[in-house]
Design a binder for this molecule. Sequence first.
Ligand SMILES: Cc1cc2nc3c(=O)[nH]c(=O)nc-3n(C[C@H](O)[C@H](O)[C@H](O)COP(=O)(O)O)c2cc1C
Length: 148
Amino acid sequence: MNKPIYIFFGTMTGNAESLAQGTYDKVTKMGGVAVLHNLADFNADSLAELSGAALFVVSTWGDGEPPTDAEEFFAELEEKSLNLSKISHAVFGLGDSNYEHFNAFAKNLSARLRELGSPELEPVFTADVVFEQDYADWETRLLAKIGA
Ligand SMILES: Cc1cc2nc3c(=O)[nH]c(=O)nc-3n(C[C@H](O)[C@H](O)[C@H](O)COP(=O)(O)O)c2cc1C
């Protein structure tokens, strides 16, 4: 595999981070190249410079908001008219269906990425409080699609 797989996470209490880290470890153990970023440390602008595939693992907080650390990234993504046609994506959302705005950030992120021209590897997955098996299945599907 030549191109890296980009793995992004947005988290408040670490769930999304540990899942994303697990995928990073898996890809690199298989001999692939992966790049892991906390959305807290990533500029939306830089997405337009990437090509290949990006996986986003994000939770939803507050009243359907991004995790605090991902707010700046998402505000920038909403604001800028970037061309993301070279970087395809899939979003795995972590949420809790007891909340009114179930997985709202994952859905909003997915919608904005599509709006900016990023091809969707599969529709946004909205996981509930028990997410481990869903994530394992999603990861297997996506890594197969990407060819990792
Ligand atoms: C105060 C609070 C607010 C939350 N708000 C939402 C919400 O609006 N929508 C939702 O789907 N989940 C909501 N959740 C559930 C979290 O997204 C869920 O626990 C997730 O697994 C956290 O992942 P993280 O550790 O990566 O941040 C909320 C949880 C807490 C504790």
